[in-house]
Design a protein around this ligand. Sequence first.
Ligand code: NAD
Length: 256
Amino acid sequence: MFEPNLSMFSLSGKTAVVTGANTGLGQGICVAFAKAGANVVGVARRSCEETADKIAAFEGSFKEVIADMSDINVIPHIAEEAKKAFGRVDILVNNAGIIKRCDAVDVTMEDWDSVIDLNEKMVFFLCQTFAKEWIADGKGGKIINIASMLSYQGGIRVPAYTSSKSAVLGLTRALANEWASHNINVNAIAPGYMATHNTDNLRSDEQRSEEILGRIPAGRWGTPEDVAGAAIFLASDAAAYVHGFTIAVDGGWLAR
Ligand code: NAD
């Protein structure tokens, strides 16, 4: 009989690929996964030195892969480097993402494409790449996509971002429906308003910052540490029967 215990949350012996690993939420997830025992492959455009140092401090296992993910052709490089580092990948976190703030009437096609290409197209094809392997070897896997409050709401002056993050929520459901029977858990985390580079502009606009803070029931901006628990849970055996769901980690924003 199944005996629930804390070891079901352990990521020991598992390998996780986390995109956007050099900073912000991606860095928080890398550190959390390494603490939970995983070998972590951090993908980023720039050096992940800070993330690597944080993980080295507790002798965790981390390898960086430098890749500009604005180019979809970089996917085989990411998959190969991850395998070279630690062997089979068990967990994929699609975290890398960009936001461009601009009145809808002024959005250029170039800006539109850059947001959709990274936040949506790259997410789908990375999911496809790893799921293909997991279906072929029959051992399953875990996918965690990073969604947003704008998977549920319209937002202001971020039409491409809202489109992409709404797509991430739908895609998470769609892929779960196809792959749940292969022991692949596809889920998402929708962070609320978190203090990272993604919200630099919002937080430096005193009025917007106050409006946002005043609406967060928890009364503070979130931090990369705040997403750790949900990420470890969704990556672990404890989430074996959780499919296609987007968990908000938002200080109560959506409950309002
Ligand atoms: P961030 O700007 O600190 O991190 C974004 C990450 O994406 C960085 O690691 C960056 O290097 C990476 N990235 C961007 N373009 C890339 C490219 N071309 N190639 C490779 N990597 C690239 O912001 P964050 O808040 O940590 O964002 C992480 C994720 O969380 C994003 O998907 C973002 O949309 C989402 N999110 C953030 C918030 C928030 O309030 N901060 C809220 C909801 C969702």
